[in-house]
Design a binder for this molecule. Sequence first.
Ligand SMILES: Cc1ncc(COP(=O)(O)O)c(C=O)c1O
Length: 438
Amino acid sequence: MAIPIDRELFKKRLSESSINSLSTASIREIKKLADILERDTGEKFIRMEMGIPGLPPLKEGVEAQIDALKKGVAAIYPDIQGVPELKREISRFVKLFLNIDVDAEHCVPTVGSMMGAFVCFMTINRMWPDREGTLFIDPGFPVQKQQCKVLGHDYMSFDVYNYRGKKLEAKLREFLDTGKVSSILYSNPNNPTWITFTEEELEIIGRLANEYDVIVIEDLAYFGMDFRKDYSKPGEPPYQPTVAKYTDNYVLLISSSKFFSYAGERIAMIVVSDKLWDRREKGLLRYYTSEKLGDALIFGAVYSLSSGTSHSAQYALAAMLKAANDGRVNFVEYVKPYGEKAKIMKKLFTKYGFKIVYDKDLDKPIADGFYFTLSYPGMDAEKLLEELLIHGISAISLIIAGSERKEGIRACTSLIQMEEMPILEERLKIFAKDNPIT
Ligand SMILES: Cc1ncc(COP(=O)(O)O)c(C=O)c1O
């Protein structure tokens, strides 16, 4: 049996890789190392490092995209601001599932939420010359900080776990009082911890955004996926919680990668509040021809990055949104298997001595969803990732997500299949035997 992997072979492959330390390695670097170890050993790994959807794409999207391609859209540049059908469906979607009103003009497709965030940093963080950049409510999605770095922007961050509920206000004020914050970014539900902000916390964020005049970038990559509540019924409460209820200073990033399993086509949306879209700030003129945020965003940022978004993918997204808006597709039901897998995986890991690091959502146990966090007694993240890889399981550290929990790692539930759970258990059993808890 090739698992556990020969330690000498593991060391050799690690030294040949671009990785200096497993605890600071990026998701893609860990993925590459696991690919190589899989090839060496001929053993399929339990892949927990990357948030690739483990479900097929929504068929409504695929069919509409093929149709659009057959009609010849591949030959035609799409409008930078997006095709009207799609803009209309995005505006309907946010009305039906968030209960907010946004003009279709202010709903813009992007090349994944990756581009959505980049566009926000390029514009919002340039509105005020005397401010430094984004305040990240961490733990978070590591590559967004990388985006700030490549733009030459500074950023601030803090681990929110000890500042939940009312405590969030004082912590946010600490940063906002510096006068250096232009935007606040968080994901909800949170990648990597799966904590979800309450209405009380969103109210605090929104109120402070108004008071300090900063812009909230709310990343809803896991839209509707807090399965403790049913956010799946169009036009009916409960609605996916959003800061948009509490402030007009918001941009929403809504990825289609996870809730429509459409990651491969790199299509997402940004939704800018009507008021913010028309906001004028002289600072923008340093980079763009217009001081109006909406114009700078479309004709400055989106134009210079990619001149819009794949034409055919826009029709795919329009069709998927329309199906959800019309109540023909229940996208929440579709992604529920992630929660079911999380439940089983957490049970297995804890059975073999692991602990859930971010184990509470305020006073309740953390929900089952796309991610969860783990540690193992007596190991830091570096050692834990190494031992897991040697035992055929890949994950990433929480350090790269801005977490204070140096012992923690993130596990993603998407790629493992239900029939692989016995293999996971078998490997964890060997892991526990090889690493007895003292
Ligand atoms: C919090 C968060 N934001 C954004 C993204 C990127 O989304 P997209 O695939 O639309 O670029 C991800 C993907 O994992 C994510 O977890």
